[in-house]
Design a protein around this ligand. Sequence first.
Ligand SMILES: [Zn+2]
Length: 448
Amino acid sequence: MEQKMYSHRGFMLDVCRHYMPVEHIKKLIKAAEICGLNRMHWHLSDDQGWRIEIKKYPKLTEIGSVRGASFFGDVSETENNCGYYTQEEAREIVSYAKECGIEIVPEIELPGHASAMLAAYPEFGCRRTVIKEKSEQEIDSPYDYKVETAGGIFPNLICAGKDEAVNFLKDIMDEIVELFPFDAVHIGGDEALKLHWRRCPDCQRRIREKSLKDEEELQRWLVLEIGEYLAQKGKSTIVFNDCLAGGMLPKHFIAQHWMGNDEETAEFMKAGGKVIYSDIEHFYFDYPYSSIDVHHIWQTPRVPKYADGYEENLLGMECMLWAERITNIDRAAYLLFPRVAAVALKATRPDGIETWEQFSTEVKKLQEQIDELGLIGAPEQDWKLSPETAEADRLEEKKRRTSPGALQAERAEERLLLQEKLEKALGEVELPRSFALQVMDSAWNINE
Ligand SMILES: [Zn+2]
């Protein structure tokens, strides 16, 4: 089928792990315009920070935007850990971006990556219980939420069983849709470990009442509930492809594919679902140049395998900048440029650019204009790394990631992922749930 210029040509900016001043965001938007992008996906909430003022819930920013010394590797422990955008600033960014031909897609993550949200409003988290034989016993103290100070995945989920928690999310969406006129809102949905949900009487009641099969379907129920709410306000809902694990989603949902389960994404596209191509091995620009250099982007297929035959449902490409180890604009610029320019060339040129020489010449032209903004990209020797240089860069990167605090967080994450896997497996052998969780709790001592 004839290829076309993609309608979604985006970059994602994570301002949760490190706050970025408004002026710097504007520069990145300007550079994105130069490249020919038309979307900025603005990641505004995560475990390590809540960054957007919500008038009805002032603690989200009072508590959720403040983080202590952090452990992300070799970066500063205190630089840009705190801060948020007032609604006025958000409007200013939206209007500046609009002048540049760029729409802002706001993202509020749910149900996971919610530690900062729950640090501010712990009452919207799950009830904490230990599982006794055939019954749950509540522990008086709620889960201990805080704005997390290291990277990784955390088990802290918004409770899908409490109506007040669902209404809290809807209230937040009310303000978000007022602030961001673009016709889509991103609600995340990735990396939601179900440990709390399996033990929460409210979530389990919801599963029974709605005749859901399991916690994956409960996530789908919550995502649908919020998506329907947004649809009533005329908005599409974007989710990460993880959300397809609980079953297909209706057509007013857009899936952003980043990792895993290509079959689910293909099936979604086959049913008419729209998809954004953001695969981790091509578009994650917090990764070093040794993993993704400009030459790699040139070679990246314009249509991923899972979209074969359903090209008309592929909205476009989006590159991602997760900011655990990006504390300042110079580092962001080095990692983004010229890789963003390279992606933009792929997204805007349906005919493709045949030779590497032509491609790198085009990239160079864009980079020269970006340099003028004071955004200094990676030098040309990083655009196409030799195997030896790539290896040296990988070692350097490993060093950058390593610090005692970061390693400790990595181990905690591995343990959680393993626990999640074991609990899912126990669910599949059809042990009584209470028995399975009792086994897990005593094995992992998670409540001690
Ligand atoms: Zn719950």
